[in-house]
Ligand binder design. Structure first.
Ligand SMILES: Nc1ncnc2c1ncn2[C@@H]1O[C@H](COP(=O)(O)OP(=O)(O)OP(=O)(O)O)[C@@H](O)[C@H]1O
Ligand SMILES: [Mg+2]
Length: 372
């Protein structure tokens, strides 16, 4: 089995570090608190939740995971929560029976999802007022079952896009009254997550423990990579591992994917050639997407993206020498392009270091742009 997992969580063995974050999450839950964290895309937010759930389930906690990225309204959120509870507690068990009894008045409809083939529950309610009451009722129901329940809401910033404007207040009030249910809120949009959890005006202000999720420590990641390759009789030097981590900037998803590909290629002595070959295969696989990006951006945006890729990190994109070197026109047009690329999540403004900088969000796209 390929030990470098992408898009799945199997067991702690294949999960690198995150010990402090996991401890904080678990101890906050044990102390009846809620946690919130933000991190840039593909750094390992969802995997951290899955890892924490794996450990919590061993201690018999009920863990409910909601990814609300695709939800558009309070109604969607309500149905997703109801459906998740329905799936967690089979109707054959006591709590499942009680749940169906409790929601009978909301006229639950069970249908088979066309994509997954599994039964899905939806509530037949149409009035917004009714929905405002339903989430508190569902949470109250969970709270009364005398089991420890943890609910993780992934891509939580999505609630800010709902047409209803008082969601945060409704949720905050409902959550405050619970004794057995705790929450993990997580999101990938720094600006919006701060708006929810760090703004003095928000109902959630100062109500959660916050985690600062950064890149995995380089030494720990090195050891993890070495251990898994060597376990499968690969020969890998520190120099090769450094090259891998340099190419991916140590960003989790890209590191996992590159190692996955190197492993899959099966060449047992890992040299820089082997690594670059694997990278080349990945870039070729993604080339179609990269061309699509180019078609979706204006020439000015594309040129700026390429310039940022070539610099890898750029602190002062409005500086004359940068603009001149890549023939980017003037500072005003660079500013417009930066805003648009940020909005499209093509670049990321990293403010976690003393000297903030812009970088291409997707590390493989960055490598591809550097080659053109
Ligand atoms: N600590 C880790 N050790 C090993 N692999 C990890 C770790 N964290 C995440 N991964 C892997 O890295 C990839 C990205 O992780 P994940 O999907 O959790 O990121 P994310 O921050 O939730 O991304 P997105 O913003 O796209 O939702 C996944 O393939 C996951 O399996
Ligand atoms: Mg995720």
């Amino acid at each position: 089995m390929n030990p470098f997992l992408i898009n799945t969580y199997i067991a702690p063995e294949y999960f690198c570090d995150r010990e402090i974050e996991t401890k904080t999450l678990i101890s906050t839950i044990h102390n009846q608190g809620n946690t919130a964290f933000f991190a840039q895309r593909r750094l390992g937010k969802t995997a951290l939740i899955q890892h924490t759930f794996y450990l919590l389930r061993k201690k018999k906690a009920i863990c409910i995971y909601l990814d609300i990225y695709a939800t558009l309204s309070l109604k969607d959120l309500t149905n997703q929560l109801a459906n998740a509870i329905y799936k967690e507690f089979p109707i054959t068990k006591t709590i499942g029976k009680r749940f169906m009894e409790a929601i009978k008045v909301l006229r639950p409809v069970i249908s088979i999802d066309e994509l997954s083939g599994s039964p899905e529950l939806t509530l037949d309610i149409t009035q917004t007022k009714q929905f405002e009451k339903t989430i508190p009722q569902l949470l109250q129901f969970l709270d009364e079952q005398n089991v420890k329940v943890v609910i993780a809401i992934d891509e939580f910033q999505q609630i800010l896009n709902y047409p209803e404007k008082n969601i945060e207040a409704i949720l905050r009030t409902a959550i405050q009254q619970l004794k057995n249910v705790n929450f993990i809120f997580c999101g990938s949009n720094q600006h919006l997550m701060h708006q929810i959890f760090r703004s003095g005006k928000s109902p959630f202000y100062a109500s959660t423990k916050n985690i600062n999720l950064q890149k995995i420590d380089r030494t720990l990641y090195s050891n993890f990579i070495k251990k898994h390759f060597e376990h499968h009789k690969f020969k890998v030097t520190q120099e090769s591992i450094d090259l891998i981590l340099d190419l991916t900037h140590g960003h989790t998803y890209y590191t996992q994917l590159l190692c996955h590909e190197i492993f899959a290629n099966g060449i047992k002595t890992i040299r820089s050639q082997t690594i670059l070959l694997a990278l080349g295969i990945i870039l070729l696989d993604n080339q179609g997407t990269y061309f699509q990006y180019r078609n979706l951006l204006t020439a000015a945006q594309w040129n700026l993206l390429k310039a940022i890729a070539k610099e890898e990190k750029i602190s002062q994109p409005y500086a004359q020498d940068f603009i001149y070197k890549y023939r980017l026109g003037n500072a005003a047009s660079v500013k417009r392009s930066i805003e648009s690329l940020l909005e499209k999540e093509m670049i990321y403004h990293n403010i976690s270091e003393a000297m903030p900088y812009y970088e291409v969000y997707d590390k493989f796209l960055m490598r591809w742009l550097q080659r053109t």
